[in-house]
Write a protein of this length. Structure first.
Length: 121
């Protein structure tokens, strides 16, 4: 049983991390779509009463990542940072970044991961 557990647990852990990475990537894309819809109505990304609150913890309330939005008139940058102490805080992909051009990036990316790997491309 110990041998089986030593093989199965790391595989299960990586599977759940991969699912959480995919989830945060989709949430960032959804938030970007909300900002684009807002931009098409208001002609800008920055507005005090603008789109739904973007500074919040996500992942169905489990608190794996916190999303922050930096918005200007013609630009925005969405950042998803792993919550300290949560299961994703030591993930090899680090934080996720998405801007108004669709550029996808990662903060604190480890040497054995790539942006393509982390965003699931």
């Amino acid at each position: 049983i110990a041998i089986l557990a030593s093989v199965a647990y790391p595989a299960y852990s990586e599977h759940t991390r991969k699912a959480r990475r995919a989830e945060i990537a989709m949430l960032l894309i959804e938030e970007a779509h909300k900002l684009e819809r807002f931009y098409s109505r208001a002609g800008q990304y920055h507005n005090a009463v603008g789109p739904p609150a973007l500074e919040r913890e996500v992942s169905s309330g489990n608190g794996f990542y916190a999303i922050n939005a930096v918005r200007a008139e013609r630009t925005f940058v969405l950042t998803a940072t792993p919550v300290a102490g949560a299961s994703m805080s030591g993930d090899k992909c680090g934080g996720f970044v998405l801007d108004q051009t669709g550029r996808r990036d990662n903060e604190d990316l480890s040497d054995n991961a790539s942006v393509e790997f982390c965003w699931g491309r």
